[in-house]
Design a protein around this ligand. Structure first.
Ligand code: GLN
Length: 199
């Protein structure tokens, strides 16, 4: 049996919803489908209800806030999290879920107990890649792609830090929420998506 067929038999029951208002959700879609799970573009309550998992991609957090409110999705997302269903957050997704946002302060959902500083590594031109040590993924480093990334400045007691870069957490987990300030969907390495599917 090939690896793909093998994966298919493990993940084919899952439907991973991708919040599809903006951002690079299609790169996440490719990564998830390469592992054999189904995907669904989420724009309404009904879409989210059909999803076993949810991915909130990177993008512009201020725009996401407006769109979530406009489409009335905030409460549905809270219910998804409250029901213990897995959520993967990249970059702007972490900002949306944070308990506190600084630089500047902005509204957030308070579902992930972290304080996040927006655009902490500079502007678009200061985007960079770094080889990350992620012990729970095994010995091989993970290529971290940081794009106008936020910095996780503080984490609460219920948050587990799975990787750090430059002295700050870059990959964290709080129960069913997996958050990262970098973009695994742009790295060509699907180990984080696979860890998410196993949640
Ligand atoms: N800088 C963006 C924000 O503050 C996040 C960037 C990203 O998601 N890549 O919302």
């Amino acid at each position: 049996m090939s690896v793909k067929e093998n994966n298919k038999s493990i993940y084919s029951e899952l439907t991973v919803g991708l919040l599809a208002f903006q951002g690079d959700f299609d790169a996440h879609q490719k990564a998830i489908e390469s592992l054999g799970a189904a995907t669904l573009e989420v724009r309404t309550d009904e879409d989210l209800a059909e999803s076993t998992h949810l991915i909130i991609p990177g993008g512009e957090s201020t725009t996401f806030l407006k769109l979530l409110e406009f489409h009335d999705l905030t409460e549905t997302i809270r219910r998804h999290v409250g029901a213990g269903k897995p959520v993967l957050l990249t970059c702007a997704g972490v900002i949306l879920f944070a308990s506190e946002v600084i630089n500047p302060a902005q509204e957030s959902m308070g579902l992930l107990d972290v304080t996040v500083e927006r655009n902490a590594y500079g502007s678009q031109v200061d985007s960079f890649t770094a080889d990350l040590d992620i012990p729970c993924l095994g010995g091989e480093k993970f290529p971290g792609v940081f794009i106008r990334a936020p910095r996780i400045a503080k984490v609460g007691k219920s948050v587990e830090v799975l990787s750090e870069f430059d002295g700050n957490p870059v990959l964290v987990r709080q129960r069913n929420i997996l958050g990262m300030t970098f973009h695994p969907e742009l790295s060509g390495d699907t180990r984080i998506h696979e860890m998410f599917l196993k949640t």
